[in-house]
Design a protein around this ligand. Structure first.
Ligand code: FAD
Ligand code: NAD
Length: 486
């Protein structure tokens, strides 16, 4: 007889492992199926995020930022060191250690919460029935009252730059270079392009970013995007907007270069160009991963872009089948998937949990970081909302100056009639962590005045948020300024 569970989760990424652990906590007999194997042939829990995404990229960002500080910042603080040298294999080794620790941690959390981990590939073959294909090819079935699909996403590709993981790599390959490329090309000036481009630029690569769109970071507030483009340009990222890659050609062998042909705009004309790179990263977005996940006869519907169709509660078109994380609509972010996974588990237990899709924070972990939540100036203007803006530059923050890290600003937007905070957009030191206090404030429908009346420790970077809130109502103490838009 096949094994029976209350809940079976397919995929152990942030969405899946949060769903599984919460189901375990709520007393459901739960299993989580994961097919990913690491280099040692062990099941790799934690999905893209822990294995080849959020965590390893941040490990490299942190190392490369320390290298930059040792190279350029220490002397400003009066610290003399001999010229730092980057040991790339040691950097990658440290990254791998962090990944190992965290992925093994997920296995430990499964044990602690009585979640059965099943190594193999899961396929939904009927409502309530999952077929597992083990790594030796053997197959068996497991039954579940409820099934949660959390299969995640994989990098998108373009035919003009086929990934070989040697010379032309995707985000996964770009986490494992064995040496710093001299000339690095990046296709796509999105989150991955900017983060991984920054890593290798800091370590000495000459980085050229080829972006198809004419606008830089079109999803961000325009003022923040303009500031980011200026700062990243100064750091050496050569960002070419309105650029389309038309062809690539790699030579033979592991260390061959790649020749890239592209068109870019010069005034009104599209010009043909060519560049040679020793590595090329393709970072043009990700796509939902549903390969071998679903028997079409079950009737789980996909949308026109291949995402599993769900409602706000992550219910699919088939009763008792849920889906969450990157495999469904919405931003492809770990924290969005985590919250969805928890919501699904709690709803299965009869709770009324929800995800507030209006308050999903976005962060780009460059230096300085870029972070935002809620509506931006352009969106509110288009919507005809009457609002106030408070801007506070980090150059007026005592703590930022003390740290010699004072580029950027906090921009807080509040409704002109109700003073309710509608959005916050930050570029600056620790922007991601600073933003979180505004996310909490917005979750509680705070006004800019509420934030202004709150006491902030001195001297902290957080005071920039305080001052931006005061500035929105026209009375920042330092040099914040206010704009009214009707
Ligand atoms: P995934 O993490 O993709 O996990 C899905 C899991 O399901 C995988 O382990 C897969 O092997 C497994 N699976 C798939 N099909 C099957 C099957 N049939 N049977 C068994 N198992 C299956 N997001 C952030 O919020 N912050 C960041 O800083 C950040 N940085 C990133 C950096 C990079 C380089 C990349 C690539 C992504 C980054 N992301 C970041 C995005 C983040 O990694 C994803 O949004 C997140 O991992 C999605 O979680 P998920 O659980 O939906 O899917
Ligand atoms: P992205 O959507 O952020 O950026 C892709 C960029 O590539 C866009 O600017 C797009 O216009 C451009 N592009 C697309 N096709 C192109 C082409 N043919 N030529 C040139 N440019 C092209 O995607 P990404 O950077 O690959 O990241 C994938 C996902 O992973 C994102 O959705 C993101 O949410 C997630 N992620 C998040 C973080 C974070 O939260 N810090 C970090 C990394 C990745």
């Amino acid at each position: 007889m096949s094994k029976q569970y209350d809940v079976v989760v397919i995929g152990s990424g942030p969405a899946g492992y949060h769903a599984a652990i919460r189901c375990g906590q709520l007393g459901f007999r739960t299993a989580c199926i994961e097919k990913w194997l690491n280099q040692n042939g062990k099941t790799a829990y934690g999905g893209t995020c822990l294995n080849v995404g959020c965590i390893p990229s941040k490990a490299l960002l942190d190392t490369s930022q320390k290298y930059i500080e040792a190279q350029h910042e220490f002397s400003t603080h009066g610290i003399k060191v001999s010229k730092p040298v980057i040991d790339v294999p040691a950097m990658i080794g440290r990254k791998d250690k962090v990944v190992k620790q965290l992925t093994q941690g997920v296995a430990g959390l499964f044990r602690a919460n009585k979640v059965d981990d099943i190594s193999g590939s899961g396929r939904l073959i009927a409502a309530g029935l999952v077929q597992v294909t083990a790594h030796d090819g053997s197959q068996y079935e497991i039954e579940a009252k409820q099934i949660i699909l959390a299969a995640g996403s994989v990098p998108a590709s373009i035919p003009t730059a086929a990934v070989d993981q040697q010379t032309i790599v995707d985000s996964t390959g770009a986490l494992d270079f064995t040496e710093v490329p001299k000339n690095l090309g990046v296709i796509g000036a999105g989150v991955i392009g900017l983060e991984l481009g920054s890593v290798w630029a800091r370590l000495g690569a000459k980085v050229t970013v080829l972006e198809a769109l004419e606008d830089f970071l079109p999803v961000a507030d325009r003022q923040i995007a303009a500031e980011a483009q200026k700062i990243l340009g100064k750091q050496g990222l050569d960002i070419r907007l309105g650029t389309l890659v038309t062809n690539t050609a790699t030579g033979k062998g592991k260390n061959s270069d790649v020749s890239v042909e592209f068109t870019s705009r010069n005034g009104d004309k599209q010009e043909k160009n060519q560049a040679t790179f020793d590595k090329l990263i393709v970072a043009i977005g990700r796509k939902p991963y549903t390969e071998d996940l679903l028997d079409p006869a079950v009737g789980v519907e996909l949308d026109e872009r291949g995402f599993i169709q769900v409602n706000e509660q992550c219910m699919t078109s088939v009763a008792n089948v849920y889906a969450c994380g990157d495999v469904v609509r919405g931003p492809m972010l770990a924290h969005k998937g985590m919250e969805e996974g928890i919501m699904v588990a709690e709803r299965l237990a009869g709770k009324k949990s929800q995800v507030n899709y209006d308050l999903v924070p976005s962060v780009i972990y460059t230096h300085p970081e870029i972070a935002w939540v809620g509506k931006n100036e352009e969106e509110l203007t288009t919507a005809g909302v009457d609002f106030n803006i408070g801007v506070f530059p980090f150059v007026a923050s005592g703590r930022a100056l003390a740290a010699n890290d004072s580029s950027g600003m906090v921009k807080l937007i509040a409704d002109a009639k109700t003073d309710r905070v509608l959005g916050c957009h930050i570029i600056g030191p620790s922007a991601a962590d600073l933003l979180q206090q505004v996310v909490i404030a917005m979750e509680f429908s705070a006004s800019a005045e509420d934030l202004g009346l709150t006491m902030f420790s001195h001297p902290t970077l957080s005071e920039a948020v305080h001052e931006a809130a005061l500035a929105a109502n026209g009375h920042a103490i330092h040099i914040g300024n206010r704009k009214r838009r009707a």
